[in-house]
Write a new protein. Sequence first.
Length: 204
Amino acid sequence: EKCWIPITNRVMDPETLKHVSFEAYFTHTLLHEMSHGLGPGNIVKDGRKTTVNRELKDLYSTIEEAKADVLGVYNGYFLTDKGEFPKGFGDQLAATFVSGIFRSVRFGINEAHGGGNVIIFNYLTDVGVISFNKNTGKFMVRLDRAREGFTKLAKELLTMQATGDYVRTKQFVHTYKVIRPEMKKALESLKDIPVDIRPVFPEI
């Protein structure tokens, strides 16, 4: 309530905020961790057995965190279709996750989670899932496009892992792992909000 909520209220459009909830935030965290176990691990590249980690080298952690976040939303839509979550919960997951990106990116994009998050944000912006209102300075999640956008990005990330294509992955990261002007301005407006909690322990 001291970090995440004030950030989302400041940078996200009111229409998107209607779909943001703690339940979706908590559920996405669980689905993120479960999604680490999904996708390629051991692969065959050029006729030899290898691993995704070995082939993607320094880029692996960032791509893996992005994959887990994207599949967290994708699987939320899937489970909603199966009746495991109430109708419309997939959209809540999408809106809530995107809103939380601003908190993660404040830790720095050279950290795997922050780097993965800014990649997702820029990709979804380019495919029309996220839009920026120049008049209000706020961001909106286009829920009518969200599922398609997350699905498309999931395919991109999983394909890079499955093929172990370092060159393609490096170009992808180079293209999307950047702080664009709109996000930079939004982050600058958050300087009065704590980046994270700071526990205070009593002296013994």
